[in-house]
Design a protein around this ligand. Sequence first.
Ligand code: ZN
Ligand code: ZN
Length: 361
Amino acid sequence: MRNQVKSKGTWWHRFAIRFFTVIFAVLVFWVLGFLVQDIQSLPGPNYGSIEKNYLNKDLLARRDALNKQITALSRQIDNETEKQRIVGDSSRNLQQTINQLLELQKLGIEKHMAFSDTEQANFTSSLNLFLDNQKKYQELSQSVSEMLEKKQTLVEEKDQAEQEIDKQRQPARDEYNALSRAHQLKLALLQLAILLPILLVAAVVIIRKRSSIYFPLYVAFGAATLVKVALVVHEYFPSRYFKYVLIGALLLVVARLLVYFIRTIAFPKTQWLVRQYREAYERFLCPVCEYPIRTGPRRFLFWTRRTVNKMVVPGDRADQEEIYTCPACGTGLFEECSSCHKIRHAMLPNCTHCGIEKEVV
Ligand SMILES: [Zn+2]
Ligand SMILES: [Zn+2]
């Protein structure tokens, strides 16, 4: 069962497998993204409600009242200034009229013509109007400057209130920041609590099913999960720590790859297989499926890779060798030697009795 020739498939098949592996990875990444997003949308602390606990309500009301007063006063000042402008315009017009009348009078005197009564009356009324206007203008100036002064006082009061509010706001901000940080940490831990077990499962599957034909599927799954975990860690933990996590993970991966390649060169495939088989036989485990080889005195025992060395094997019974096939996977583990016809390891190169060598496949 080990000498099946692995079919590589056509170019098109290999391309399709790679293509769908990538698609699969992207889809897994998406699904994980949705999970993470749902966690991220959990509501955090609300600054508004925290601030309410710290700010004095009367102070806020005073600030608002001051704001209203200032706005009203500003509007009033604008109105008065507008009025002042209109009065100023009319004063300028009157002044021009008076100047013209004076000019006319001057001409009349030069030509010895008397100013008529109506002209005189016009002149007097213009002059009176002008003086009235001037008085009004002065009054408006006075009231505007008074209002400006009042506004300044109000603005100062408001600034003071704002400063006090700001002071009260500081502890609110501190509390909000602390709550925020705690919330972020909770989100990160929740996300990792979901992602890390998935990553662990992926890693275990990748390591266990190294030689499975579905290996690309597992790798795609693992890679997508790893990228998501890295992104989450990067988002929530300061890059100061993340740097070490990342470099640690990279070191592990690169070291693992190095070991793998060094081993492939140092032990060509058969030699590598023989090593694996040897280690399995040493632990009395099937080299293919790790089911215990329950033969001889170990017939009624059970053990695993870890417990094999802690077992007490009943040694008083005669150890009769026999042909043995793994009951779990059907691989022949002990067989008759073709040369000396005694029982030998089926998956190791040499017979323990006659030493004849056979090819391990
Ligand atoms: Zn087996
Ligand atoms: Zn032999």
